[in-house]
Each structure stands twice: as C-alpha cells, then as structure tokens.
Ligand binder design. Structure first.
Ligand code: DHE
Length: 520
C-alpha cells in the first residue's frame, strides 16, 4: 500500500539530507554583546561614535566591514577579525546601517543632560603664553581627533587637545578671539579657551550635525542638524540650550538643515534647508524689524498667513527659492549668497535684502561654494569656487554674476585660500592622481603661475595664512602627515610640522576679521 507523505515530512527529509542548518548570524545580538558598551545599545554613541546610517554614509563600499574587521588606528576601536567571521561582521554592518526605529527626542532636556563643564577649568586673566593670541592658528588633526594650537609667529605647538570624534567644518571663534567652538559630526560642541589653553566644556547639541555658526555679538551658537530635523541655539557663555527648533517647511514637512552661517552685517544666521525650497534667516538681535520688511511679496499667494514675519531675538524669516539650495557662498557685504541645486549644475544667486533669487549661473560639475573665496582682481571683486567633480575653478564677477574665467586644474579641488597681503590664490587638487599638487594662481591674471609638489603621492590640501599673510600653511592630509609652512612670497618651504592627518587650519585673526580670501 502506498502511503501519502505529508509536505512537512518531505521538508524534514530534505533538511536532514542537506546537513545541519546554519542560522544567519544575528547582527543585533552581536552588536549588543560586543559593540554596545562603547557605542550604546541605542547606537547613538557613548565613548565611541554613533553608529547610525546618517553618520555611516561616508563609509563607502566595504569600508564599514573593514573598520569592524581591522579596527581604527589611534582610537579605541579594536579589530574583530579574529573574533567574528566574515558573515558575522557583515551582519553587524547590516544592523548598524539600518535606520533607527524611532528618532529619539533630542530637545532641551536631552541636550542639557549631556552638558559637561570642566571642573578643572580656570579662566586665565591674560594669555598663558607669550605669543600674539590673535595670530594663533588651530590645526584640526582628524587622524587621532585632536587640535594643535600653533603660535603663528614661531610655529611652536602651544597645546594639543582632544576633540570629540570626527570634527567637521570650521571651528568658530568668539569675536574677541579668546574662545573657540568646535563641532563633531555626532553633534558634540566643544568650547576651548585659547588664553588659558584649556577646554571649558562640551554638550551634544544634535545627533548628527553639519556645522556651527556664532552670532555677530558672540552670544549665541547655532548648530545645524540632520538628525533630528532641528537647529539648536546654545548660549556661548555656558553651552546651555536656548532653543532646539524643529525645521518645518511651508508645506508642513520637516527638513534637515545642511548648514548654518553667520551674516554679521545682517545680525542674523542663515540656514540652508536640505529638503525644502526655502532658506531661513534667524535674527540674532532683539531689533529684528528691518530684516523682515517687504519679503512676503516673494511668496505664492495665499501663503502669507503661514509666512507672517516673526519679531525679536531668533525671529525667523523664510526666503522661498525654486528648489532646495545647499552649500552657500556669501559676498563680503552679505547682501547676496550663491547656493547650488541638488543636481550640482548651477549656482543660484539669492539677494538677502529683497529675499528672492536674482540670477542663475551655469556651474556644472558640483561647485563647492562653501569653499568659495573672493578677492580684488584688477579693480573688480571676483569670487572663485572649486568643483568637486571637475578639474576646474570658476571665477565669477560678484557685480554682474558673469563668468570671468574658468581655470583648468589638474583635478577636482576641495579648498581655496588667499589673503589681502598676498598676490596669490592657493588651490588644492583634492581628488585623483594629482592630489599631491597645489596650484598657485595670480590674483590679477587668473593664471596658474606655479604648481607645488610638496609630498609626492600624498594628499595635499587646505591652506591657511598667518595673520599678516606672510606664510601659508598647507596640510599633508595623511595619518603620518604634516603641516608645511611656506613663505607666501617666495613659495619656499620654511618648516614642516608632523601632524596626524591634519585637515583644516584656522587663524584667529583671519577668521574674526573675515579676511579677504578666507571661506566663511
Ligand atoms: Fe566639509 C566645511 C559640507 C565633506 C572637510 N563642509 C564645510 C562646510 C560645509 C561642508 C557646509 C562649511 C561649514 C563651516 O565651516 O562652518 N563637507 C560638506 C559636505 O556636504 C560634504 C561634501 C559631504 C559630507 O559628508 O558632509 C563634506 N568636508 C567633507 C570631507 O570629506 C572633508 C574633506 C573631510 C572631513 O573632515 O569630513 C571635509 N569641510 C571640511 C573642512 C571644512 C569644511 C576642513 C572647513 C573649511 C574651512 O576652511 O573653513
């Protein structure tokens, strides 16, 4: 007699023939066992950085797996290749790449709870070093998350202090040049006293942040956040939270903030909204009236009510644009900004006084307007921007917005710098086979007059000048890197200071005076 075999029996036989079943490794379980003690079970970071897609996006291809397998030099991150199999590493990588189920609240209470003011901080009555405090230059060393404080005359390292993990963007100085504020991609803001050479404290103002800006009077610090969709305003005095404001566009949807800038003459902050065709201006003065006159006309009919101007300190003004704009360059008078669209193929000029777009420029190849600088060239004010996807610099007349010249370079660059006391503009070649080159451009002829080759096969990038413009400091952007000091006139090397993957460098005087030739 033939017996009918049930499907479950067939499945059982098939499994038995195939041998023992291997369950897929559980990434979350491994994470909780091995990673959570440093990165927190919430994945929002602890002694280690946050492990969420917003902060991991910069690791491309299999870089995330490679970090888990091999660890990170000069950090507490160990190598797990001996403990975990390749599939287990892949499972952990997949787990931390998933968005959080719920974005935690990160408002005043949560932020204030992270505020950590140093007990051992003593405010010095005068600088504790003999050099010129206005000629101090900070070097961000991303190799081991430190900042070196350099005397700009002797190039002596006055102090080297630990920063939060992954500092990004320019540190911001108080208007008197005494304090500096530094921000990390995980949203930590650190306050450091240059006179005392001591950290004052830190606070976590966002979960994933972009940059910071200080108000014209030095009282407030704005933090642009991707996560949550807020900008945070801190008191610079004690890092307490004044506001953590959700960024809600006219259509009711929330937006990330891709950057915040100080507009000193306007006594305001300008916010670039990543996901909405709006720019926000936030007053940093009680007397916010004049900024808000006459802007409602630039909005579509029927929206006036939701756009009604706010008044007083931190009043918001919305400026409507055709599409979301990122990465701003400001003219030195802060009347106009140039932003780029998502496609990265054009620049849009927005006049901040009338609150609308006034011109469009063809800028294909992803202009990096945030690195744009301006200078006087043959009697006219020009600005130049590198392009992240093309080996060229676009030079634009800031009066009529015409393209003055396209300077062909040896590859796409990231940063530009000049100074009022030099004839030259320095431009790096950040990407591609010529990343070890540095172009020197004549401010008037707009020709490349020299190409430096200071460290063959190494990335050479980002430039800063001393206060008087006599020397230019350039990073060899490598783990065993250096800052090279050049005589800005002869273009000869003066000295080389060993540093751990130095990135940006920031001179106190050039920054607080908005020196011509620095990006803001
Ligand atoms: Fe930056 C400044 C945005 C990737 C190093 N970067 C800025 C600013 C913005 C910005 C909006 C101006 C803020 C300020 O200084 O207040 N950066 C972006 C991006 O959107 C981009 C392309 C992608 C991202 O992941 O955020 C990006 N930036 C990088 C890097 O990969 C760099 C080279 C290495 C790093 O540290 O992450 C880098 N960005 C810098 C530096 C500055 C900066 C050093 C300050 C330059 C200055 O001279 O002021």
């Amino acid at each position: 007699m033939i017996r009918h075999i049930a499907f479950s029996e067939i499945a059982a036989i098939a499994i038995a023939l195939a041998g023992p079943v291997r369950a897929d490794p559980d990434g979350q379980m491994i994470y909780n066992d091995l990673c959570a003690s440093c990165h927190a079970e919430s994945r929002l970071g602890g002694t280690g950085p946050a492990l969420i897609p917003e902060s991991l996006r910069r690791l491309r291809g299999d870089q995330l797996e490679a970090v888990i397998a091999n660890g990170r030099v000069a950090t507490q991150m160990p190598a797990f290749s001996a403990t975990l199999s390749e599939t287990e590493i892949a499972a952990v990588a997949a787990y931390v790449s998933q968005p959080l189920d719920v974005t935690p609240d990160w408002r005043k209470a949560e932020i204030d709870a992270t505020r950590d003011l140093r007990d051992d901080y003593v405010a010095a009555a005068a600088p504790v070093f003999t050099g010129d405090p206005m000629n101090v230059t900070l070097v961000v060393e991303t190799g081991d998350h430190h900042i070196s404080v350099l005397d700009g005359d002797t190039f002596e390292v006055l102090d080297r202090f630990a920063t939060p993990y992954a500092v990004h963007g320019g540190p911001k100085f108080s208007p008197d040049g005494r304090f500096v504020f530094v921000m990390s991609r995980d949203g930590w803001v650190q306050k450091y006293d240059i006179w005392s050479l001591q950290e004052v404290g830190r606070v976590r103002a966002g979960l994933n942040s972009r940059n910071i800006a200080i108000s014209h009077d030095g009282k407030w610090l704005a933090v642009a956040n991707y996560l949550p969709h807020t900008f945070t305003i801190l008191s610079t005095a004690d890092l307490s939270v004044v506001q953590a404001r959700t960024v809600t566009a006219v259509d009711g949807n929330e937006s990330r903030v891709s950057a915040v800038y100080q507009a000193p003459q306007r006594e305001s902050f300008i916010l670039a909204l990543k996901d909405a065709p709006e720019i926000w201006e936030i007053a940093t003065t009680e007397d916010a009236g004049p900024f808000y006159d006459g802007f409602v006309h630039s909005y579509e009919k029927g929206m006036e009510e939701s756009l009604a101007a706010e008044e007083g300190l931190f009043a918001r003004r919305r400026i409507k644009v055709t599409e979301p704009l990122d990465d701003f360059f400001f003219t030195p008078d802060y009347r106009n900004l140039i932003g780029t669209n998502r496609g990265g193929d054009k620049g849009v000029v927005v006049n901040l006084i009338v609150g609308r777009e006034i011109a469009e420029l063809p800028l294909p190849g992803m202009p990096h307007l945030g690195s744009g600088i301006s200078w006087e060239s043959k009697g006219r004010k020009v600005m130049a921007t590198p392009h992240l996807r093309e080996g060229r610099l676009s030079v634009i007349d800031t009066k009529d917005w015409s393209l003055v010249k396209t300077i062909e370079t040896m590859g796409p660059g990231f940063f530009l710098r000049s100074h009022e006391n030099t004839r030259f503009v320095w431009a790096d070649v950040f990407f591609g086979p010529h990343r070890d080159k540095m172009h020197i451009i004549d401010k008037d002829s707009l020709d490349i007059v020299r190409t430096l080759d200071p460290a063959p096969d190494k990335t050479v990038a980002h430039i800063e000048f001393t206060r008087d413009g006599s020397h230019a400091l350039v990073s060899i952007w490598e783990d065993d890197g250096a800052v090279i000091v050049y005589d800005a006139k002869t273009l000869e090397e003066v000295t080389r200071l060993p540093m751990r993957k130095p990135s940006g460098k920031y001179n106190v005087w050039n920054k607080i005076t908005f020196s011509d030739g620095t990006s803001h």
